[in-house]
Ligand binder design. Sequence first.
Ligand code: 5GP
Ligand code: ZN
Length: 114
Amino acid sequence: MRDCIFCRIIEKKIPAKIVYEDEFAIAFEDINPQAPVHTLVIPKKHISTLLDLKDEDSNLIHHLLKVANKIARDKGIAERGFRLVTNCNPESGQSVYHIHFHILGGRQMHWPPG
Ligand code: 5GP
Ligand code: ZN
């Protein structure tokens, strides 16, 4: 999609530190990391928010979760613990309207989140 920064990363039109890629998903390091591990997992299909998910996206979301698990294991944070976050719409703090999972780990997380 034009004007979507994550679509441009998928198209390799802007650079990113890509750590995983397959036919349906791509994962890359967050440009402004909030933890020692801060990786974003996104679908190659442009979906703006969680609220835009359709029944046909069920397998895709399951796939993204499996990719997130793989990255957590590969980065050595799976057993220690990690957080998977998706922000949806303005009050959550969503700033990029292409659905994404933040994988956060490598430090103690706090609750409630800010
Ligand atoms: P949101 O605020 O929508 O939940 O998360 C968007 C995330 O994307 C933020 O953590 C932000 O740092 C990251 N981000 C925004 N623009 C870029 C970019 O051009 N490259 C990378 N690697 N991350 C980005
Ligand atoms: Zn997009």
